[in-house]
Design a protein around this ligand. Structure first.
Ligand SMILES: Cc1cc2nc3c(=O)[nH]c(=O)nc-3n(C[C@H](O)[C@H](O)[C@H](O)COP(=O)(O)O)c2cc1C
Length: 477
């Protein structure tokens, strides 16, 4: 299960959750020769909402999911369907009751990847956020069924990735207790779906872990090879701490310093012999100069996020995009790193924009609660009779609930519900939920509103893009 990066694009349009890297953006970039990436985060709520609103493309694609039960369940949210007015289910520990949410996550990932692939032959990837442990298996399953070309996994170390893909392609049920680094017990029953033949007919996807130090790269190589002999990443994405979204923990657990800089580990990782994409280390905001600089230093390519987040086709809510670009233009755009905000425990970058959760007063006014559940983790609770029961907890829950379920009070301090905040940022949450804009430090260079094509052309050159577009055109469209 190993591949050379030879056929890989030099540019990755980063997978940014939730729905910032939507299928419209990934479709626009992959047809021009970038690796266009969608994000798995929040799809179980986003795609059924699209179906509910009567989105014909989503509905038509949903009908092509290869297992009838999944189709029926997703389409039950369509106008006239039996769940049209019902809430979207959350993950629950009970295997039988929890299976519906998993199937919905899988069919949603399938629809999103198929949309990104529509009308061209370019490469499309999905970014599977490892810390959203409960949606890892269904997202991979749905994306594999859609024939995804690459998996990119960040916010955690995807130690089980090659094994998961191997098992799914053989149509086997899966169970990890826990998924490494997440503390969460995950499982998915697929053996009765009868999808092994379909999965084996799909191309073997490229595997790109997103990591931020040498030790994890080395350990991942050893672990993969031990678990699935011969498996190796097709490339590492090395993400510097200036990148948007979540960042890896600083080595001293307090603030980023010299040793956290990509320069401190880039050359050592290069010696491991795996091609490297660089992310979040762009002196010029993610431009051709940055690509050429890193290629000169031995990288295979770059993964660019913020510029695409601010481009026309991204899923970032239009009013927030306009305000961020205006702030970048007049030199007032600030990007702050907070180590408490995210329930994942990872540092998180945000823009302190008025009226959003980036403002302390807005955060203070929030009522705690968990009604989407992407960041839930398993906890074993000992009951009065001595028996054990699995429960799910998130440190952004109400404090009393979190403690009653076995969490520590100090873990709750400063946390916000990122699930609601990030869905609101893409326009997919309840109207009263404030947004939270995340961008990388390079965003200060992005003052102009560009189309995805303009960004790709700027990085790869218009001539290369024209060649790519002709080569990747779908003869059937
Ligand atoms: C809005 C936004 C959301 C992001 N969300 C994710 C995510 O869900 N998963 C992930 O692995 N990286 C995420 N990232 C990081 C990007 O994948 C990428 O590595 C980074 O943006 C590159 O640096 P740049 O922003 O300077 O271009 C996000 C970045 C941004 C700007």
């Amino acid at each position: 299960m190993s591949h050379a990066a030879g056929a890989m694009p030099e540019l990755i349009q980063a997978g940014m959750g939730a729905y910032i890297s939507c299928s419209r953006l990934a479709n626009a970039t992959s047809r021009l020769g970038a690796l266009g990436v969608v994000s798995s985060v929040g799809l179980r709520h986003i795609v059924p909402q699209q179906v509910r609103s009567g989105d014909q493309e989503a509905i038509e694609i949903a009908k092509t999911f290869p297992v009838a039960r999944y189709v029926e369940e997703l389409l039950s949210y369509a106008p006239g369907g039996k769940r049209h007015n019902r809430a979207i289910p959350m993950d629950v520990p009970d295997a039988v009751k929890g299976a519906f949410a998993k199937r919905l996550s899988a069919s949603s990932a399938y629809v999103e990847v198929m949309r990104a692939k529509k009308g061209h032959r370019g490469m499309v990837g999905i970014n599977v956020m490892w810390k959203c442990a409960l949606t890892v298996l269904p997202s991979i399953y749905g994306a594999l069924l859609a024939g995804v070309d690459a998996f990119l996994c960040g916010a955690g170390v995807p130690m089980e990735l090659p094994e998961i893909i191997g098992k799914m392609r053989r149509g086997e049920d899966l169970e990890y207790d826990p998924l490494t680094g997440t503390g969460t017990h995950v499982h998915m029953q697929i053996s009765e779906d009868g999808t092994a033949d379909v999965l084996q007919s799909r191309p073997m996807p490229k595997l790109l872990p997103i990591l931020s130090n040498f030790a994890f790269c080395k350990r991942l190589l050893e672990t993969w090879n031990k678990r699935v002999e011969g498996s190796r990443p097709d490339a590492f994405v090395l993400e510097n701490h200036a990148a948007g979204g979540h960042n890896a923990q600083p080595r001293d657990k307090v603030a980023f310093g010299e040793l956290d800089q990509i320069n401190a580990y880039f050359d050592k990782v290069k010696e491991l012999g795996v091609p490297i994409y660089v992310a979040g280390a762009f002196l010029h905001g993610g431009t051709r100069k940055d690509l050429l600089y890193w290629q000169e230093r031995g990288a295979y390519g770059i993964q660019v996020g913020s510029r695409f987040a601010l481009s026309e086709e991204s899923g970032l809510r239009d009013d927030l995009k306009t305000r961020a670009l205006e702030a970048a233009r007049d030199g007032t755009l600030r990007v702050v790193t907070d180590t408490r905000l995210s329930p994942t425990g990872f540092p998180f970058k945000f823009v302190p924009m008025e009226g959003t959760l980036g403002e302390q007063s807005v955060r203070d006014a929030q009522k705690r609660g968990c009604d989407l559940g992407y960041l839930l983790q398993s906890r074993m609770l000992t009951l009065p009779d001595g028996s054990e029961r699995e429960v799910y907890i998130c440190p952004a829950m109400p404090e009393h609930q979190y403690v009653a379920l076995g969490g520590k009070l100090e873990d709750t301090e400063g946390r916000v519900c990122l699930c609601n905040a990030l869905l609101a940022t893409a326009g997919y949450s309840k109207p009263d939920r404030p947004a939270l804009v995340t961008l990388g430090e390079s965003a200060v260079e992005s003052s102009e509103r560009l189309t995805a094509r303009q960004v790709v052309e700027d990085i790869l050159t218009p001539e290369r893009v024209a060649e790519n577009e002709a080569r990747l055109a779908d003869p059937g469209t």
